[in-house]
Design a protein. Sequence first.
Length: 249
Amino acid sequence: MKGSEQAMLAEMLQSAEDAAPVEAVEAVTGVIATALNALGVSLLIADLSGRALVRLTHQPAGGGPGRRHDEEDAEVLPFDGGPYEQALRQQAPAVIPGDGTWTVLAPVTDRGEAIGLLEIDLPDEPDDDVVGRIARTALALAFVVIANRRHTDLFEWGQRTTPFSLSAEIQRRLLPASFTCEANSFALSGWLEPAASVGGDTFDYTLARDVLHLSVTDAMGHGVASALTATLGVGSLRNTRRRGGSLIV
């Protein structure tokens, strides 16, 4: 990593630390834009449906083209098999030529969790070194998102192009923080479909030194009652595991 890249990374982390959680990504993308002389920088987060990307923007005046919540705007970009979808699914950077500009898409990912894409518009065609630098920057951005989404509903709201039912809201809290984990000895990934209305189906996992704990639960019925039953089951499994007890009766 070159000195200029190290300096940009340090400035990114400091800007994220200095900003409020809802402004951290905007602060970091501002640093990226300045360092790369970019025409524009955006974070596109993956929708919970798995069928779209969402561009979040803060627009105090007027309104944007997508969903609106107070001063936040979410523009939904449905998957159409094009370069945006392929960059996310293949977890590989892509360069898209435009009319005198070039757009670089880099996966924002952590241990296989596809958080979204970093979209950067450049005035000149990027070489392999620049694309590699942007790809590494996108990995650093993943940690900024993970650290700050714990403190605000902004990212969660942006990911929900379909409103959640109450039972699905309860169930959401039972799921692991990341649906995917890639490690040296294994790769694990889970998904729920539909994510916005189910109430009793959950999965959970945690990794110890030499053991991977994995559970799948299916509470009978639907709706809030099923979600509450699942809450009791998942809570019991986690408590027993964390107390060092046996899950085998």
